[in-house]
Design a protein around this ligand. Structure first.
Ligand code: SF4
Length: 233
């Protein structure tokens, strides 16, 4: 049935107000998250950080880089600068030296120092708690903002990275051609009680089990609920 204008307006205002999955599908989705939750009740980010600011910096550094690679560089960086004021004072050249093992380090050093200055100037040295203010910072896109909102501030949002995009399309949970489509779909279908940790459950599942080239289906706890045609069991 076609959506009416009032339904569309309701969805635009609140993504969770969209079309809900049918009962059988809702039960399947509930079971997927119940099993991921049982396997890892308190999932955590694998990025090392000390406070919301260092988390923001670590997430900016993790673009097109591995968490392990970022974690090798950040202890020395954060020992020098764990606040926006200290990072701005450290300056672009020193930051560049400290993160040069990470891909795209020149652009990232520039963004980190620029965003640190803006945090001091516009936010009194604090990390803002809204997506709008976060994405106004240099080098901070929607995905980075969502990770900070979720991990630092406990907001029930899902940052769709390459792992979540793949897992969500394979199972499928929410299919989509872009991260934004998948994010909107997940916000609609993930049961509210699982929304806070859904981000990490799906990332960790994609990183360690439902891998891009060779998904490890025989040890997958949700294999019987997966409809991926190329699954290996
Ligand atoms: S069964 Fe295989 S393809 Fe499906 S979610 Fe599990 S690991 Fe991924």
């Amino acid at each position: 049935m076609a959506e009416t204008n009032s339904q569309r307006a309701r969805v635009a205002k609140n993504p969770r107000a969209g079309r809900r999955p049918a009962a059988a599908e809702a039960a399947r989705i509930e079971e997927i998250f119940a099993r991921l939750a049982a396997a890892n009740p308190e999932p955590k980010t694998e990025l090392g950080y000390k406070n919301p600011f260092t988390l923001l910096v670590a997430v900016v550094l993790s673009a097109q880089a591995t968490d392990a690679g970022v974690n090798k560089a950040t202890p020395a960086l954060f020992a020098h600068a764990d606040t926006p004021a200290k990072m701005a004072a450290l300056g672009e050249e020193r930051v560049r030296d400290l993160i040069k093992t990470i891909g795209l380090y020149r652009a990232k050093a520039k963004n980190i120092v620029a965003l640190s200055r803006l945090l001091v100037e516009r936010h009194g040295g604090d990390v803002p708690r809204t997506r709008e203010a976060l994405t106004a910072l240099p080098g901070v896109g929607r995905k980075t903002a969502n990770v900070v909102l979720n991990v630092a501030f406990g907001e029930p949002v899902i940052a769709v990275d390459t792992h979540i995009f793949r897992v969500s399309n394979r199972l499928p949970l929410a299919s989509g051609k872009t991260p934004e489509e998948v994010e909107a779909g997940l916000e609609r279908i993930v049961p509210e009680k699982y929304l806070l940790h859904a981000h990490h459950w799906l990332i960790l599942h994609g990183r360690y089990v439902c891998k891009a080239r060779r998904p490890e289906c025989p040890r997958c706890v949700i294999a019987d609920l997966c409809r991926f045609k190329a699954k290996t069991i």
